[in-house]
Structure formats: C-alpha cells, structure tokens
Design a protein. Structure first.
Length: 378
C-alpha cells in the first residue's frame, strides 16, 4: 500500500518534498493556505491551518502529518494526536520551535551552550538587562518571527516600546526575549534527522551568511573547520534532537564566537534553508530525509557527494518579466549550476528560488553559484 504523507503548509519547503516523494513512491498531500501556492502541484486541500476541523479532515486521509512551517497552533496539534494521527514533529517537540522563550528555558535545562538571555515583560527589565550587558542587546518577539522580522538590536528600551505595548494588549500577557549581542565570527547550522524509533543522522555543519536577517548563502561543509568544531556541532544537534524528542529534520542555527565557542541561536523542526545544498550535494537530500524520517523509514547517508556545495538564494527576483525568462541565460552560462524555483511571484526580498553548485573546488563553486543567481537579479 502506498504510504501517504500530509504536509500542512503549501510553501517552497512542501514543494521541494514533491520530487523525492515521487522517487520514494510516497503519496504527498498538501494542505495549502491558498490556491496557486508554491506546492500547488501536491495541494489536495486548501484551508486554514488554524482551524481544527480543517486540519483534522485533511489528516484523516494520510498516514502521517508533517509541516512546511511551525505555525500550526498547539490546540490543533493536540487534537490530531488525540484523534490518533501520527504527527512528526509532535506538539511536545514543536513547542520549542514555536516559542523562542520556551526554547531558551528548555535548552538551559539540557545544558546547551547559548547566549545569555532573559524574559522581559516591561521596559525597566529590559533596561536592567542592557545595563548588565554593555548597553546593547538583541530583543526578539518569541513567536511568529522569520527572516529577521521580530529581531531588533537595541540600546534603549524605548526602541522596543511598540512590542511592549503589543504585549500589554495581548490577553495572554507574556514577555519578550532579550539576548546578549553575540560577537560572532560567523553563523553555522547543524542539521540532524531523527526517526520516531530513535535512529539519528547528522549532516556536516555548514556556514550560513545572513543579509538583513535573511539567509543569503550557505557553504557546505563549513570551510576552515577543525574536526573538533564539527564534532561539537554534531553533539549539540543530536543532543537537541534527542533531548526535545524531535522527529523529522531539525536545524540548529549556531553562532561561532571569537573565543571559539558554539552558541545555539534558534531551532527549526522541518527542512531548512541551510540544508538546500543537500538536494544536489549530499547522498540524501534533506527533503527526502525528512520524508524517510517522518515515515520511520531507514535514514539515508548524509555524506557530501563532492568536497564543496554552495547555495545562493534568489531573493526578490527580477522587477520586470517572469523568472523563467532568466533561466536560459543562467543555464547557458552555468550548465553545472542547479537552479531551483518556487513558483512564487517575485517581490522585493522574497525568497523565490535558489542555486546549488557542487564542486571539488570551493572558489569555483562560490563563483558559479553567485554568478548563476545574479542572472535573476534586477
Ligand atoms: N543574540 C544575537 N546576537 C547577535 N546577532 C543575533 C542574535 N540573535 C540573532 N542575531 C542575528 O539575527 C538573525 C536573525 O535572528 P533569528 O533569531 O535567527 O531570527 P529569525 O527567526 O528571523 O531567523 C540571526 O541569523 C543573526 O544574524
Ligand atoms: Mg534564524
């Protein structure tokens, strides 16, 4: 019998599960937010992921439910579990990817290295943290942020005044997360796949480059890394996957500090932008691995196919004309580059695709990937 995976959310992550699902002989069904979304090809339902009945009806027709994003509310997730639907990752794990304050508290219990942090519910508490941390800090809204939205470097509490006001209006109350401003040399990401039955598979740690809070480039494996750094990153990734009971793909965003420590920034429990390189650069791509993991099938090898992979995001896309008009030029100039597009309308700053290049020559991979992606700029 064909196994059926239901993905809640119709974005590019769901879209990129479609090809591996076909290869694995798995039926992929998507509950999309709207018509015409990136994963429209597999969308068997369109509806509101915050509505219990909608999600339950979708879930009853599949063997396992997984996600394109982490925004499905806990009560909806609990209703699925109560109805006997296998949900991966489950609500107990997912809460730590949904709420950065909960994540910080739980990682502290697990003894994971992380920036100094506090929960602050008013301006006075934030001023106190600022005074104790050199006058600058990073304030974050615990829920719903992405691509740097919900992250602010501040030197006075007044700079977070609007967020405190929003808290005051929120019946549930709550707090903001404040973190020390980490003096990092670079950002890394560690991915781990974990099956419900416990098998784990760690990918090589990668370097990620953020511009304006958005992932711009990834190099895999992270260059200039000692064996010790790779091992520490893997230990952190596996420790979090096991400690939080994550099933499916986990991404741990990390800071490497000037004094050679790794600190956990945040978590994603789904395929992640930092793992797109693996589609073309690893024996098992992260989208295939995610499907294998949530179905509790044996995991695939995570080894790179060649020494280096470079991923460059296509952001915004051309201001005029369709994305595909740029393809021929990119393909002609860079036949070794793999261009992935998400079927999304170009908009400033929006992720509409990415380019992967895999090579034994790092400089060549960086050049080819950047140059191919540049064909999609304005
Ligand atoms: N404590 C910190 N110190 C320094 N830079 C930070 C800190 N927290 C976040 N950043 C920067 O902001 C980016 C976005 O923050 P993150 O918490 O990952 O939010 P998002 O959910 O939007 O990805 C990070 O990738 C990093 O570049
Ligand atoms: Mg992040």
């Amino acid at each position: 019998m064909t196994l059926r995976v239901g993905v809640v959310g119709g974005g590019q992550l769901a879209r990129m599960m479609i090809a591996p699902a076909v290869e694995l002989g798995v039926e992929l069904r998507v509950l999309a937010e709207d018509d015409g979304m990136a994963a429209a090809l597999a969308a068997t339902a369109v509806g509101d992921y915050r509505d219990t009945d909608t999600v339950l009806a979708f879930a009853r027709e599949v063997d396992v439910v997984t996600f394109d994003h982490e925004h499905v509310p806990q009560p909806v997730l609990r209703a699925l579990v109560d109805a006997g639907v296998p949900v991966h990752p489950g609500p107990d794990a997912l809460q730590f990817a949904q709420d950065k304050l909960r994540m910080r508290a739980r990682l502290e219990e697990l003894g994971m290295p992380q920036p100094e942090w506090a929960a602050v519910s008013d301006a006075a508490q934030l001023e106190e943290f600022l005074d104790a941390h050199g006058g600058r800090a990073v304030v974050k809204t615990p829920r719903g942020g992405y691509d740097g939205k919900g992250v602010r470097v501040v030197s006075t509490a007044a700079e977070a005044e609007d967020w405190f006001s929003a808290l005051a209006e929120d019946a549930a109350g709550g707090a903001l997360l404040v973190e020390e401003l980490v003096d990092f040399t670079r950002e890394l990401a560690q991915q781990v796949a974990r099956r419900p039955s416990g098998e784990v598979a760690a990918y090589p740690v990668v370097e990620t480059v953020q511009r304006d809070g958005v992932c711009a480039e990834v190099v895999a494996p992270a260059p200039h890394s000692s064996g010790r750094l790779e091992q520490v990153a893997q230990r952190i990734g596996i420790g979090i996957a096991e400690g939080l009971g994550v099933t499916g793909m986990l991404a741990v965003e990390l800071f490497e500090t000037t004094d050679e420590r790794l600190l956990v920034n945040e978590l994603a429990m789904r395929p992640h932008n930092s793992g797109h390189w693996s589609q073309d650069g690893a024996v098992t791509g992260q989208f295939e691995q995610h499907l294998r993991a949530v179905l509790d099938l044996p995991l695939g090898q995570t080894a790179p196919r060649q020494s280096w992979s470079v991923m460059v995001n296509i952001l915004g896309g051309p201001a005029e004309g369709a994305l595909d008009e740029r393809f021929a030029a990119a393909m002609t100039a860079h036949p070794g580059a793999k261009v992935h597009t998400y079927g999304k309308a170009p908009r400033p700053g929006r992720k509409v695709g990415h380019v992967n290049v895999t090579s034994d020559d790092l400089d060549d991979a960086v050049y080819q990937a950047r140059a191919a992606a540049a064909h999609f700029d304005d």
